[in-house]
Design a protein around this ligand. Structure first.
Ligand SMILES: [Zn+2]
Length: 445
C-alpha cells in the first residue's frame, strides 16, 4: 500500500536517478528492525491492521528485535511519531545478525577527547556572521518542495539541490561534496573540509534531509521543522565557516542523511561504510528540529543514547558562546540519526528544540510549515551558534579569512594573495600525494 514505483527523470532541470521496476529496492517482504521494547505494542498494532507478519525475536536492555513487513515501515514511522513522539523511532537493519547486535550496549568508545575551549577568537569571529534570515530562506526553499521522501523524485532532487547549494559556498578544491548512494532515489550529501594536522580524526555535524507524511511519494510533506530546520542550520554554519576560510586541524564532515524517517537508513548506511573503512569519527552532533520553541528553555540535550562527556562539552559551549538556556531530556530508542553513531561507539549528541513532550505537533503532516515557528528562524540561530562553536572547538584549527562574511571571489584577491594560494595549493597536492602513498583511510573523505 505504501509502495509506488519510481519512473521519473529530468524533474525541474535536475537529473534524478531512474529506478526501473526491476532495480527498485524491494520495499516489501520481511525485514529486521530494532525498536524500543516500550513500543512493541505500537508495532504489533500496525502489523495487525493488514494481517502482516509480526514476530518478536528477542528483547534485552529495553530494546527488541522484531521481524516486520517492509510495506508497513512508513505507517510504523507515523505511529512512532503519534504515540511516542519519536522522529525515527526504530532502526532498519541489513541482517538479523546486525539487528541482534542492537540488543547489547554499544562498543565502548575508544575515543579519548580532551574537550577544551581555547578557540574563542575564531568562534567569536564566526558567530556574528551567522544570519537567521538566511536560515529562514533555506527552510523556505526546502519546504517548498512537494516532499523530500526518500523514494520520491522531489526527495531525489533535494539531494542534488543541497549539493549545489553547498558547492556554491567555496571555490576551494580541497573541500569536497559528494552524494552517497544508498540504492534508493534519495542520496545523502556529505561535505568534507579536510583537517590539517589531525586529518585522520573526523568531526561530524549532521541532520536528515528527508521528510514524511501520509501518502509517501505523492504526499505533501513540507517538513519545515522536521528537518528542513536542521539542514538549514547546518547550511548556514557551513556557509560562514567556508566564507571565513576555516582550516580545521581535524577533518570536518557536514552530513545531510537520507531516509531517517524510515529506520535511520541513510545514517546506518554511512556508519556501516565508515566502520568498514575504519574511519575514526571522534564526535557527532545531530541537528533534528531546531526552529520550534516549545519549552521554557532554549536547547534540550538528550541524555539517552548519547555521550555524557560530549554533552557536558556542549553545555560549556552553550554557556560560553551561544547565550541560551539549556535543559536535559530523553527521547527514547533511535529517535534520530545520532543513534546510528552511538551504536558504533562514537560520542554523539542531540541538542533539540524543546522538551520532547512539548515538541512541534505538526511534524509528519502537511502542516509542518514555517508558520508554526512564527515565520522566523530566531530559535534555529541558537543551534547555528552551537553547531559552529562545536565544529571550531572540536575541530580546532584557524580562520584564514576571519573578516569575510561571504565567498571571496578570485577577482577580489590581490595578485600576491593569488600567488600565496597557488603555493599553498601546490603544497597541499604534494601533501596529498604523500598521504595517498601512506594509504591513509580518510584521504578519500
Ligand atoms: Zn526529524
Amino acid at each position: 500500500m505504501h509502495r509506488t514505483l519510481l519512473l521519473v527523470a529530468g524533474i525541474a532541470g535536475c537529473t534524478v536517478p531512474v529506478h526501473e521496476p526491476d532495480d527498485a529496492p524491494a520495499e516489501y517482504g520481511q525485514r529486521y528492525i530494532s525498536i524500543g521494547t516500550d513500543a512493541i505494542g505500537t508495532a504489533r498494532a500496525v502489523a495487525a491492521q493488514h494481517g502482516a507478519m509480526f514476530d518478536v525475536i528477542e528483547s534485552e536492555n529495553g530494546v527488541s528485535v522484531i521481524a516486520f513487513d517492509a510495506e508497513d515501515l512508513e505507517e510504523l514511522s507515523e505511529q512512532m511519531h503519534e504515540q511516542h513522539h519519536r522522529c525515527g523511532g526504530f532502526i532498519l537493519h541489513e541482517s538479523l545478525e546486525e539487528a541482534r547486535s542492537a540488543l547489547h550496549p554499544p562498543l565502548a568508545s575508544e575515543v579519548t577527547i580532551d574537550y577544551t575551549l581555547d578557540q574563542a577568537a575564531a568562534v567569536n569571529a564566526v558567530l556574528p556572521a551567522l544570519e537567521a534570515n538566511r536560515i529562514l530562506g533555506t527552510i523556505g526553499e526546502l519546504s517548498a518542495m512537494q516532499n523530500r521522501y526518500y523514494q520520491s523524485p522531489s526527495g531525489a532532487a533535494a539531494s542534488t539541490w543541497l549539493r549545489d547549494r553547498w558547492r556554491s559556498f567555496t571555490a576551494r578544491t580541497d573541500v569536497t561534496i559528494e552524494l552517497f548512494d544508498h540504492g534508493y532515489a534519495q542520496q545523502s550529501v556529505i561535505l568534507t573540509i579536510p583537517g590539517s594536522t589531525l586529518a585522520n580524526e573526523v568531526v561530524v555535524i549532521g541532520g536528515h534531509l528527508d521528510s514524511i507524511a501520509v501518502g509517501g511519494n505523492t504526499s505533501t510533506a513540507p517538513g519545515a521543522d522536521d528537518d528542513a530546520s536542521g539542514i538549514a542550520t547546518l547550511t548556514e554554519i557551513t556557509r560562514v565557516l567556508l566564507a571565513k576560510d576555516f582550516r580545521p586541524a581535524r577533518t570536518i564532515k557536514v552530513m545531510a542523511y537520507a531516509a531517517e524517517e524510515v529506520g535511520l537508513r541513510g545514517s546506518q548506511g554511512i556508519v556501516r561504510d565508515f566502520k568498514k573503512r575504519e574511519v575514526n569519527v571522534v564526535g557527532v552532533l545531530q541537528l533534528d528540529m531546531t526552529n520550534y520553541q516549545g519549552s521554557d528553555k532554549d536547547i534540550w540535550l538528550m541524555k539517552d543514547f548519547t555521550s555524557a562527556a560530549q554533552n557536558t562539552f556542549l553545555t560549556q559551549l552553550i554557556d560560553t558562546y551561544v547565550g541560551a538556556t539549556w535543559g536535559l531530556d530523553a527521547c527514547g530508542y533511535a529517535c534520530s540519526d545520532h543513534a546510528s553513531w552511538y551504536r558504533a561507539g562514537v560520542p554523539a549528541s542531540m541538542p533539540f528544540e524543546s522538551r520532547m513532550k512539548q515538541s512541534n505537533r505538526s511534524i509528519h503532516t502537511r502542516n509542518d510549515t514555517l508558520e508554526r515557528s512564527g515565520n522566523n528562524a530566531a530559535h534555529a540561530l541558537k543551534f547555528a551558534r552551537l553547531g559552529a562553536s562545536f565544529a571550531i572547538e572540536l575541530g580546532k584549527g584557524e580562520l584564514w579569512n576571519p573578516t569575510a562574511s561571504t565567498l571571496t571571489t578570485p577577482s577580489d584577491e590581490t595578485p600576491a594573495c593569488r600567488w600565496t594560494l597557488l603555493g599553498l595549493l601546490l603544497a597541499a597536492s604534494l601533501a596529498g600525494v604523500m598521504l595517498a602513498g601512506r594509504n591513509v583511510l580518510t584521504s578519500r573523505w
